[in-house]
Design a protein around this ligand. Structure first.
Ligand code: PHE
Ligand code: ZN
Length: 861
């Protein structure tokens, strides 16, 4: 591994390319033999040697044009073959050890199943190759394996031949007609339950659908397969995009670093995003399964047919595909709760990343370990940037731009600039300035100031933008932002600006400041800004509590209405921090009571509006956070909220009888609202009976877990007893038990560290399984505010101790879990010191991975 940063600006096209690949893989747990044959072609006029990437490989043989070849050199990370012709065939034999591959990159064994993970740079752990996304080749792959243990042998494309050997092994040959970069290569060998289905595309092409799950889990795969068909239909209806192979396969595995992988025709999934049924999965799990299934499917066009030229362009496929899966989910479920969900991710995680030492533009400039750049910035902020294209152009022009993008680039490896150029070709809007979103990091702040003159009855509203310097970039320019805007008075009348700058509820902020004028205005107006979160920015709009309640009551945009209450809660909690509780007076409590009574029929809206902002969200509107003080203020406010509003909450709860389980939007909204309210009732105290009852009577996981979560913070004895019943019931299913692990790890208690140690000794815990590690250690580091930020530093130390061990096993997962430590900048000096001390320990650790090195060294710089 190299600790040298690569720069986007240093891109050079490949000196050679590989057009055809033939691979023969003899599967063996500790000594898998890979024979690969490449048709290699020199690109351009030069005399360089051929340098192939490789990592952890044992080289056995090199042949050129059928003859053994010795003129080569090996380094830690490459094979350099000297004095080669312009066109030749290269044959290599390498050996690898899947059983001891715990990093889960390349070929590995997941609970007895062979599978691969090649994005970003994992193919080089299988054989020597030009492991870069701008080298596209046709692959033909033959797998050999024991017939009894591995009856299923899969690779990309279509099976073209199969047979048996005499020794109890069998073989299958797969051919993928679409040239692809190596990161989309996959193979799987195992013994599965198979769900089969089919889909006929709009143009009449039949596609076989196959979903492979662990034996005995067939029923839990049904929902995923249905989701796949919905995604296929949606992409045809929305973007005119059809599937392009005869067969589409999905395999669920238990050991996986990420969510899932879009390998051509053979997606490999973390089983967490496939398996779901009423008993074991929450509504949110179902939602996630559908959205990840769709995400990987959508990659077939945005990612596979048109791929990335280099890894700095990752957002080209990820931002766009996340946007597409968000639109799909909104169409399948509900636009409002989807939007709120994604805005929460932006505010809780992306804004924090952008304010940390890891800050980077959606198209990064510099990378040491590519795995560190599968970030909320590249993915989620990237999706927000695509959404702004959609907002600015409108759905029709956006579709035209997408059509043009595919027309120009199908079969190519391209850049974000190519995407912008395709969009530019369908619009008169100058996208040059807008494209700054690709290169500028940091979260812009829009400050709203108003002035009102009662004499002239004129009102000015000024919007100024600035982006604070970030760790990676000092100078910032004004961005080009679509700002959804509405303007109301205290009685709910809407106003339009004199110059008509606001059109269809939107204006463009593309300078440091812009002023809107209003005349003949009876009173100071209330600006309602950034409807539907029209740009990934923070807004500073100092509205009073009364004004925020008016926004909730009268604004056109439902997102704004929700957001107004979030701002109101934030303001209230701030009063508690200032020990100025009295400022949260009767009019506010009455206003909130009216929110509940007036909207009692709107379960979706209330289910969102009755959620108090998380600690992480609150951190984003504060600096140098005193963790304990903020946490206490938040808890006190929650308690007062629950007590003051107990009457209306209880009344609402009684109307929320949800009936036998159904996965429909109405039922989902009601369950969500009910569980949010239950949590408040538990917080007010005296809800033990309700909690037990709900757990007892639940016919689905959403309600079981809702009861557990409500008990967690508010009723320790109920929590203990329900948790032990949950454990007994689900001990056989680690994926479900992860919810239990997570609840334990996020519980606020003084002996949390010994609890965490106990959890690690649990028979179902496995330090090699990323889902388990994330459920215990990840949940603690990300979400146990009091425990992780314990004032004596013990939480930081615990996580660090763990990460130093984990790094030797799975650096990719270790580097993800270190994230909260790297975000020390936002905390008060005492916390900072303690966090940095642990980062120093990591930095000084012998044999540290490049993954951790990059994040830790940046955050200490
Ligand atoms: N490309 C995958 C996705 O977005 C994510 C992934 C990255 C998976 C790297 C594994 C390794 O769907
Ligand atoms: Zn993706």
């Amino acid at each position: 591994m190299s600790l040298q940063a690569k720069k986007r600006a240093d891109y050079l096209p490949p000196a050679f390319t590989i057009n055809d690949v033939k691979m023969d893989v003899q599967l063996h747990p500790t000594c898998t033999r890979v024979t690969s044959e490449y048709q290699v072609e020199r690109m351009g006029n030069h005399g360089h040697a051929l340098t192939l990437d490789g990592d952890n490989l044992t080289l056995r043989e090199v042949c050129i044009d059928g003859q053994p070849y010795t003129d080569y050199e090996q380094t830690d990370s490459s094979l350099v073959i000297c004095n080669v012709a312009d066109d030749f065939s290269l044959k290599l034999v390498t050996e690898i050890d899947p059983e001891h591959n715990q990093a889960l990159e390349g070929l590995y064994l997941s609970a007895g199943t062979y599978c691969t993970q090649c994005e970003a740079e994992g193919f080089r752990r299988i054989t020597y190759y030009l492991d870069r996304p701008d080298v596209l080749a046709r692959f033909e792959v033959t797998l050999h394996g024991d017939k009894q243990h591995y009856p299923t042998l899969l690779a990309n494309g279509n099976p073209i031949a199969r047979g048996d050997h005499d020794d109890g092994t069998h073989w299958v040959t797969w051919q993928d007609p679409h040239p692809k970069p190596a990161y989309l290569f996959a193979l799987v060998a195992g013994d599965f339950d198979l769900l089969e289905d089919s889909y006929t595309t709009t143009s009449g092409k039949p596609v076989k659908l196959e979903l492979y799950v662990d034996k005995g889990k067939r029923d839990q795969g049904v929902f995923a397969l249905e989701s796949l068909k919905r995604a296929m239909k949606w992409d045809e209806d929305t973007f005119g995009l059809e599937y392009d192979l005869d067969i589409y396969m999905i395999v669920a595995v238990d050991f996986f670093n990420m969510g899932a992988m879009e390998n051509k025709g053979l997606n490999i999934f973390n089983s967490k995003f496939v398996l779901a049924d009423q008993d074991s999965a929450t509504d949110e799990d179902f939602f996630n399964v559908e959205s990840v299934i769709a995400h990987e499917y959508f990659h077939n066009w945005t990612g596979n047919r048109v791929t990335c030229r280099d890894w700095f362009q990752l957002s080209l496929k990820e931002g766009l595909t996340v946007f597409r899966d968000q639109q799909f989910s909104a169409d399948m479920t509900s636009p409002l709760s989807n939007r709120i969900k994604h805005v929460r991710v932006m505010r809780e995680h992306q804004f924090a990343e952008d304010a940390s030492a890891m800050s980077h533009p959606i198209r990064p400039e510099e990378v040491i370990e590519m795995n560190n750049f599968y970030t909320v910035t590249v993915y989620d902020k990237g999706a927000e940037v695509i959404r702004m294209f959609h907002t600015l152009l409108g759905p029709e022009k956006f579709r035209e731009g997408m059509d043009e993008y595919f027309r120009r680039h199908d079969g190519q490896a391209v850049t974000c600039d190519d995407f912008v150029a395709a969009m530019q070709s369908v619009t008169d809007l100058n996208l040059g300035h807008f494209a700054l979103w690709y290169s500028q990091s940091g979260t812009p702040v829009i400050e709203v100031t108003t002035s009102y003159d009662p004499q002239t009855r004129r009102m000015d509203i000024t919007f100024s933008q600035h982006t604070a310097p970030t760790a990676d970039q000092k100078d910032k320019a004004s961005l080009f932002m679509p700002v959804a805007f509405d303007c109301i008075d205290s009685a709910g009348n809407h106003y339009t600006d004199d110059d008509g700058q606001v059109r269809d509820g939107m204006f463009i902020l593309d300078t440091a400041a812009k002023t809107l004028h209003f005349s003949d205005v009876p009173e100071p107006l209330i600006p309602v800004v950034l409807g539907n979160f029209s740009a990934p920015a923070k807004v500073e709009n100092s509205l009073s509590a009364e004004q925020l309640l008016a926004v909730f009551q009268y604004a056109n945009d439902t997102f704004n209405r929700w957001d107004a209450l979030q701002s109101l809660y934030d303001w209230c909690i701030h009063q508690y921090e200032l020990e100025n509780q009295a400022a949260v007076d009767a009019t506010i409590w009455q206003g909130l009571e009216q929110v509940i009574t007036r909207e009692s029929h709107n379960h979706e809206l209330l289910g969102e509006c009755l959620v108090i902002p998380s600690f992480e969200t609150l951190c984003q509107s504060r600096q140098l956070v005193e963790v304990a003080a903020l946490n206490t203020a938040r808890s006190q406010f929650c308690r007062d909220f629950a007590q003051r509003l107990h009457g209306p909450l209880e009344t609402l709860f009684k109307t929320l009888e949800t009936g036998p389980y159904q996965y429909t939007q109405t039922a989902i909204n009601a369950r969500r609202c009910r569980n949010v309210v239950l949590n408040h009732l538990a917080c007010a105290g005296d809800a033990d009976k309700l909690l037990n009852q709900q757990f007892e009577q639940a016919d689905n996981m959403t309600d079981s877990l809702g009861a557990l979560k409500a008990a967690q913070g508010h009723s320790p004895s109920v929590f203990e007893s329900l948790m032990s019943r949950f454990e007994q019931r689900w001990n056989h299913d680690p994926l479900v038990l992860d919810k239990w692990f997570g609840l334990h790890a996020t519980t606020e208690r003084t002996d949390i560290l010994s609890q965490l140690s106990l959890l690690q000794q649990h028979p179902r815990f496995a330090k090699g399984n990323p889902n388990r590690v994330r459920a215990v250690i990840g949940s603690f580091a990300f979400f146990n505010t009091a425990g992780f930020h314990a004032p004596d530093g013990s939480g930081y130390q615990f996580v660090t101790d763990y990460l130093l061990k984990l790094d030797a096993v799975n650096p990719q997962v270790a580097a993800r879990i270190v994230t909260p430590l790297t975000q020390w900048h936002n905390f008060a000096p005492d916390y900072q010191l303690l966090m940095k001390a642990q980062l120093e320990r990591i930095a000084n650790h012998k044999g540290l991975s490049g993954d951790l090195y990059e994040k830790v060294s940046k955050s200490l710089a």
